[in-house]
Write a protein that binds this ligand. Structure first.
Ligand code: ADP
Ligand code: MG
Length: 229
């Protein structure tokens, strides 16, 4: 008997309006989206289409102006700050378009953080972080701070940090945007491996080559979602 996959992301009619002085900018317009456990999915759209705004809402970092959103069965719009913090720190791995690495921490310290949130002992976290960075070709950069790393290296640190805790859901905003084609292939291979272990992966990108490597694509244009072009 086939079991229906569990719905991890269930967003209905999301609207996001930014207020610029007296002007209103509707950046998400009635976005409904479902992502199921084990999905390897991409949202593909041009710059300015609302991708990062959508990711921030799906990651519980921002609230929609209206709509409904439930994540892993929890009604996000009614959740307490503690519940949201737990989701952000433990359930989701984030790769941000601008990396959001902590500038005063070294590469290995940045990557350890999600493990420390999960209560892993410092020494063990250090070992795991070192291992992950080595896998990503950064063994010679463990103790460098973000401003001593190239864009591509920072992105790989961000990828390592996002996946180190084996999050149930990985949200990645332009994860290959600063990588050369070889590193970009490496990153996609890592995401595929993670997905094969059962993790749900949602990649947000403007890069059609990246989108072609996932199992399911939806399109975003001017804040609206399309299942087909
Ligand atoms: P994408 O990630 O697809 O490039 P964004 O979600 O970053 O798109 O932005 C979509 C639109 O919303 C753009 O026109 C952008 O200028 C605008 N925007 C994004 N963030 C804000 C904000 N905090 N305040 C006002 N406008 C914003
Ligand atoms: Mg963006």
């Amino acid at each position: 008997m086939e079991h229906a996959a569990k719905c991890v992301i269930d967003a209905q009619q999301l609207v996001k309006i930014y207020q610029n002085g007296s002007e209103e900018l509707k950046v998400l317009d009635d976005v409904s989206l479902q992502v199921f456990k084990g999905d390897f999915m991409a949202i593909l759209g041009p710059s300015g289409s609302g991708k990062s705004t959508l990711m921030n809402i799906l990651g519980c970092l921002d609230l929609p102006s209206s709509g409904q959103y439930s994540l892993d069965g929890l009604d996000v719009l009614k959740a307490s700050e503690n519940e949201l913090a737990e989701i952000r720190n433990i359930k989701i791995g984030f790769i941000f378009q601008k990396f959001n690495l902590l500038p005063r921490l070294t590469a290995v310290q940045n990557v350890m953080l999600p493990l420390l949130y999960r209560g892993v002992k410092e020494e063990e976290a250090l070992g795991l972080a070192r291992e992950k960075l080595t896998l990503l070709g950064l063994e010679a950069r463990l103790h460098h701070r973000p401003n001593e790393l190239s864009g591509g290296q920072q992105q790989r640190v961000a990828i390592a940090r996002a996946i180190i805790g084996n999050p149930q859901l990985l949200l990645a905003d332009e994860p290959t945007g600063n990588l050369d084609s070889k590193s970009s292939e490496d990153a996609m291979r890592i995401f595929k491996e993670l997905n094969a272990q059962g993790n749900t992966i949602l990649i947000i990108t403007h890069d059609t080559e990246v989108a072609e490597q996932v199992d399911k694509i939806v399109y975003i244009r001017d804040g609206k979602i399309y299942e087909n072009h």
